[in-house]
Design a protein around this ligand. Sequence first.
Ligand SMILES: NC(=O)c1ccc[n+]([C@@H]2O[C@H](COP(=O)([O-])OP(=O)(O)OC[C@H]3O[C@@H](n4cnc5c(N)ncnc54)[C@H](OP(=O)(O)O)[C@@H]3O)[C@@H](O)[C@H]2O)c1
Length: 299
Amino acid sequence: MSNWTKENIPDMTGKRILITGGTSGLGRTETEILAGTGAEVIVAARNTDKGDDVVRSIREARPDAKIEMRQLDLASLASIESFAHRFTQDFDRLDVLINNAGVMVPPYGKTEDGFELQMGTNHFGTFALTGRLLPLLRQTPDSRVVVTSSMAHRQGDPDLSDLDWTERKYNAWQAYGDSKIANLLFTFELDRRLDGKGPRVIAAHPGWTATDLQRHSEVANLLNHVFAMKPEQGALSPLRAATDPTATSGEYYGPTKMGGMRGYPEHATAIPRANDRDLAAELWAVSTERTGVSYDLAA
Ligand SMILES: NC(=O)c1ccc[n+]([C@@H]2O[C@H](COP(=O)([O-])OP(=O)(O)OC[C@H]3O[C@@H](n4cnc5c(N)ncnc54)[C@H](OP(=O)(O)O)[C@@H]3O)[C@@H](O)[C@H]2O)c1
């Protein structure tokens, strides 16, 4: 097959897409591209000024774009709950949920609910939001959930007894890798639990893409000049996961050149630990307990 590019995105007219973190980097680029496909795109932004700016610039470029912004802080379970509550009241369908928002190697910090910031935002936030929107996704025919992981999942080995790093010296890169393998463990476990009943659940990683994500690491920022792709290229794998009609549930897309750093979206390989069913089940139980979100998978 030839390279998958944004030209492969089908007409998305009639589809409603919700994307987290559409205010910067990959999420902003994905939003701009999807707004040109006929889809209605809703940007979930923690910073409403940045959210308004995205909406304004897209409307300037495409006056016919169907785009809106809503406030959501994934580092707050209360924010996720009230966002999902209003969303479910206002809309009767959700075709695609793109879980994109994330943080990488910030100084040690905690979410509003006391979770270590990276696991709290990247995994617990994703788990809680997806669970709360699942009824809406399940009542929408042919819906899908995209989860954004990373090559950094390869170093992931979460200590489920100390996810907040209160017993160990904090290692920000390890915590990032742990949150990104948690994204994959969650994707594959949700796919197994849904057992083909829908939505499709698909993971993607964007290789190495120069964005604001690297702002907490001088080295990563420097290496951006050597290795990084532009957001227009990095966004292709999540976009394929979100729109390719042939994408199957449980799939993982990403570039595969230069060890996964660069290239076009292809079938990517996760490390065996990402497919560890016992670990996935344990993480699911911890996530349910800590977020208070139970998935309704009956029927
Ligand atoms: N760039 C890469 O090379 C790379 C590689 C692998 C994986 N990824 C993954 O790709 C995703 C997007 O990253 P990016 O590179 O585009 O980074 P980015 O430019 O820093 O964008 C991250 C987005 O997440 C939002 N966000 C952060 N914390 C949030 C919270 N608590 N609630 C709601 N939104 C929040 C940010 O909002 P603000 O605009 O308010 O900051 C921003 O819109 C992340 O999941 C990241 O792990 C990126």
